[in-house]
Design a protein around this ligand. Sequence first.
Ligand SMILES: [Zn+2]
Length: 266
Amino acid sequence: MNAQYLKEVPLGELLTADQVLPAMTNRSKRQAIEELVDVLWKQELIPSKSEATARVLEREELAPTALGSGVAIPHARLPVGDRPAIAIGRHPAGIDFGATDGELVHLIVLVLWEPAQAGLFNRLFGGLVGKLANAEFRERLVREESTAGIAAALADVRIDMLAGRPNKCETDMLITLQCLRTKQRAKARGLERQIELARAELSGNLLSRFDRLMEHFGEAVVEAPGGICRGCNMQLSSGFASEMLHHPETVYVCERCGRFLIQQMA
Ligand SMILES: [Zn+2]
């Protein structure tokens, strides 16, 4: 298995109608995750039901995977072989996934993927997020009457291993990682596993930059209110500041000090 090969896999090759639950009714996030894990188990796509559930819930504790606008992508690493194991559930009444926008989740995409494939999830996630950010597309998924229709709607989402700048999920994960490391420096204990999980979601070059910045400045991600880097107080160029303002989903790097810049901490 190599990255070149996976790069070419469209979601349609990973998702059949049997992996879609069109009308979930669970009361809790845990139950919803258990039901979707059960789908993968019945399709013989995962080696262990209990381990899959435990890993996904552990990841949810680190940071909820609800993206906002009624969508959540719970996920974890598990030895599933060459291809990610994916199940999709629609929940008409909506379920609380701890979304930051406070909205109930109506569409749940469960993804389990091989631990050996570093960074893959961010790429896959990026493609899905792009599709699911589109309100028209979400409505289509809600309207589709058959499980085959739902699977077909998602079929052409591609895994893009060549995504350029880090996306919102990576920004959030950098902030999470920084919070954990700061707590750890203040002698908080038992954070190793959470840090390991957060690091597993970031690509190697982002992580090495993050580590260098933490080492050098004691912080890696800073706010840039009014276009001023809070790390080094440099006024960013107006073009750069305006791009940041209009693309809050992208993480930027200060041209002077190299810190990751965000508009503001959530
Ligand atoms: Zn700076």
